[in-house]
Design a protein around this ligand. Sequence first.
Ligand SMILES: [Zn+2]
Length: 200
Amino acid sequence: MRRLLLALPFALLPLAIAHAADEHEHEHGSLGAHEHGVGRLNAVLDGQALELELDSPAMNLVGFEHLATTPADKAKVAAARKQLENPLALFNLPKGAGCVVSTQELNSPLFGDKPEADHDDDDDDHDHDAKDGAHEHHHDHSEIHAHYQFTCATPTALSNLDLTQVFKTFPATQKIQVQLIGPSGQQGVQATAQAATLKF
Ligand SMILES: [Zn+2]
């Protein structure tokens, strides 16, 4: 519903509705955990082990958060997935570091994974309609989660983490909140397309 309203040109909307949509956006932002345009990345370099964990609103990666039903939307999901399945290129890991992927896991309702909170008990999908708006809100938003573990033969070649390619591949990503843990300790950094290189 919200998506539909926002998709309409604002000029066509009565002022009251435009205002309501605006407020909704506000509410959403205050949740903090899921803000369109903002991704979160944990990066841990420990000896030869490098771990990267990316959490992103699906909006940033595919441009929508509903289940893909049209061929065009399915193609967008497949394309994003393909990029995420090639982390050595996506995270621009230097060849000299000799990193190989040891585990790789992608999760998203958009990839057909069931949201955890949803299906514990039984079935009743119709139940949702009866519940209030707050509950519905939960279903409007979807994330994509990517978790990688690498083994790097020459970790000293990993002095930087370069996210340039992530911003280029997924231009709807405006910033990534990064927690970096490496040889020089832990730091929280905000990466943008203009400042995409982080020091481990
Ligand atoms: Zn969302």
